[in-house]
Unconditional design. Structure first.
Length: 401
């Protein structure tokens, strides 16, 4: 009996406390069907879903088929989270066009068309405005202490969320809407300074400009790293998909994430033991003759630090083989283990929109998947992370005044 108890204890020590269940889209649909037949509650279904990680893209078409099986808003929310988290992955093999890869010359011709389109038509797009609606999904929503110390001066900064009990999983936080300016196909940085207390409010802001197709594709082609991947259906038609990788020396991809804490320590702390308690602490000494500490030592956090860097990256480009029009761009930035920003994966979908009676191809949707170290300490022992998803749609394109 003692041996069995010992073996069980050893297993508990060596098994991770939480491990995601990696599933295909088909397996996810089968599970939801089973839970629906079992009349599993909304909360129980959502709890199961937050422990799932897909190894294929949950396309919008597939999502529409399975979301009807969600018993309520919590489980439906987690299905949309899975869609966003899997946005950088390839869809199931059954969803890919059944046609052979083009030969080397044809592959080069498609890339040449994409380069010509990017430097020509796309690079000469007019200045336009659009309404950008962004949904934020996030985990680790904590109360943030303004400062801490022996003499406390903490003032809690609470972030309102109707899903506070879902703090351990990625869940919906808020929705924002703004008018943005797009110049030569790329969203520009707003000229007015944002006064939101980012970091202190438990959230981050992406302050860098949206990556420009006119900057990314030339760097990818110049790196000589483009490789044929597959055909994939985009807007119901086959698109040619290539992978690429841009080394640090050749990258101009800039990131700017706000904000991380700058720690300030003030005052003094005096430690004492049972022998020098009266000398050091006097009347403040703890009763019973033990050790302790006295003083007014404080550590304050001021959230004013940006993570700014020019980083290497890799990704994928999706090209219409006939016209060379770029239909989708995936950019996955690469970071050091010691960086406050651990992950920033970005997908940009381009589609036809009408502006002043003329059809233009512009960004219509973006997905940004980030992981940060909110307390600004990484690479040294254990540290906590915060996972944030940004889902944005662009509508109401108009010529800029």
């Amino acid at each position: 009996m003692k041996r069995i108890v010992w073996v069980l204890a050893l297993l508990l020590l060596t098994t991770p406390a939480w491990a995601a269940k990696k599933l295909t889209v088909q397996q996810l649909g089968d599970l939801l069907t089973t839970w629906h037949q079992q009349n599993k509650s909304d909360e129980d279904t959502a709890t199961e879903l937050k422990e799932i990680e897909l190894n294929e893209e949950l396309t919008h078409a597939a999502l529409n088929k399975i979301v009807v099986l969600a018993p309520g808003t919590h489980s439906m929310e987690q299905i949309y989270v899975l869609e966003a988290k899997s946005a950088m992955l390839a869809p199931p093999a059954s969803d890919l066009p059944n046609q052979p890869a083009p030969d080397a010359d044809a592959q080069k011709t498609i890339l040449d068309k994409a380069a010509h389109y990017t430097s020509g038509i796309y690079g000469q797009l007019p200045r336009v405005t659009a309404t950008k609606t962004t949904l934020r999904f996030q985990d680790n929503m904590e109360v943030v202490e303004a400062c801490s110390g022996i003499s406390g001066c903490a003032k809690d900064v609470s972030v309102s969320s109707g899903f506070s009990h879902w703090a351990s999983s990625v869940h919906y936080i808020n929705s924002t809407e703004a008018t943005v300016v797009n110049e030569r196909g790329s969203e520009t940085v707003p000229p007015t300074k944002d006064k939101t207390p980012w970091g202190e409010n438990g959230m981050i802001a992406l302050l860098e400009a949206e990556p420009s197709l006119g900057g990314i594709l030339p760097e990818a082609l110049a790196s000589a790293s483009t490789r044929w991947l597959r055909w994939e259906l985009v807007y119901g038609r086959p698109a040619a998909v290539y992978s690429f990788k841009v080394a640090p020396a050749n990258s101009r991809l800039a990131v700017d994430i706000c904000c991380f804490p700058t720690k300030t320590q003030m005052g003094s702390a005096n430690f004492y033991n049972s022998f020098d308690a009266n000398l050091v602490a006097g009347q403040e000494a703890a009763p019973g003759g033990g050790g302790g500490v006295v003083g007014n030592f404080q550590t304050s956090n001021k959230y004013d630090k940006h993570f700014k860097a020019t980083v290497p990256y890799h990704g994928e480009v999706f090209v219409d083989p006939a016209s060379g029009i770029v239909l989708r761009l995936i950019i996955q930035s690469e970071f050091k283990a010691s960086d406050e920003l651990q992950q920033e994966d970005r997908r940009i979908d381009y589609g036809p929109v009408m502006v002043g009676g003329k059809a233009l191809v512009l960004p219509v949707k973006t997905v940004v998947n980030t992981v940060v170290v909110p307390n600004g300490v990484s690479g040294s022992g254990t540290f906590s992370t915060r996972h944030t998803l940004f889902l944005s749609e662009y509508k109401n394109y108009q010529a800029a005044q």
